[in-house]
Design a protein around this ligand. Structure first.
Ligand SMILES: Cc1cc2nc3c(=O)[nH]c(=O)nc-3n(C[C@H](O)[C@H](O)[C@H](O)COP(=O)(O)OP(=O)(O)OC[C@H]3O[C@@H](n4cnc5c(N)ncnc54)[C@H](O)[C@@H]3O)c2cc1C
Length: 145
């Protein structure tokens, strides 16, 4: 069996492993990332990237790509409680759209340049994977345990 030597082995290529690999490889630190699945997931899981995550993506240069995926900027982020999808609406929590959140005088913009963003985790993971694949210091092996 061929032995592989690496200063940094990352086991798991979910959001945590992918971002860790990007952090290291962006600084030219070699790492080997293995992930059991052959591809990033095709099921949604998380649906929101909070401001702190978006700030990390900004620093890593991928915030805009993530911001451009997921719900369209002018789409409402309201949360509704309904009897069925085509039934009666019982209650609604009003939430500003991404477009409104990004306006310079929006309450969240006073605290951060990158307010939270609604996007399915599976889309974020695909962007993270595409980005780490461009970084020469990262040896990314999906389909490996
Ligand atoms: C239905 C659902 C809804 C959710 N909603 C939200 C939400 O709205 N907001 C939110 O913040 N979070 C949400 N979460 C939680 C979020 O999905 C997890 O916190 C996040 O995926 C954890 O990331 P991770 O990288 O630590 O682990 P994971 O995403 O679990 O990734 C770990 C990876 O490592 C791989 N792996 C494991 N062992 C090995 C091994 N020995 N060798 C190689 N690969 C291995 C796994 O196959 C997997 O791909 C939700 C989760 C679920 C299931």
């Amino acid at each position: 069996m061929k032995e592989i030597h690496t200063p940094n082995l990352i086991v798991g290529g979910g959001p945590v492993g992918l971002v860790l690999g990007i952090e290291l490889a962006t600084r030219g630190v070699p790492c080997l990332l293995v992930n059991e699945g052959k591809t990033t997931p095709a099921h949604p899981q998380g649906n929101t990237q909070n401001a702190r995550s978006m700030e990390h993506y900004r620093r890593l240069g991928i915030a805009e790509r993530i911001r451009n995926s997921g719900l369209p900027r002018d789409h409402t982020l309201d949360i509704t409680y309904v009897t069925r999808v085509i039934g009666y609406e019982l209650a609604r929590i009003r939430m500003p759209s991404t477009e409104e959140n990004l306006r310079e005088n929006a309450p969240d913009r006073i605290l951060t340049p990158e307010p939270l963003h609604r996007v399915s985790q599976m889309m974020v993971e695909a962007i993270l994977k595409a980005h780490i694949d461009t970084l020469p210091a990262a040896d990314v092996r999906f389909g490996w345990r």
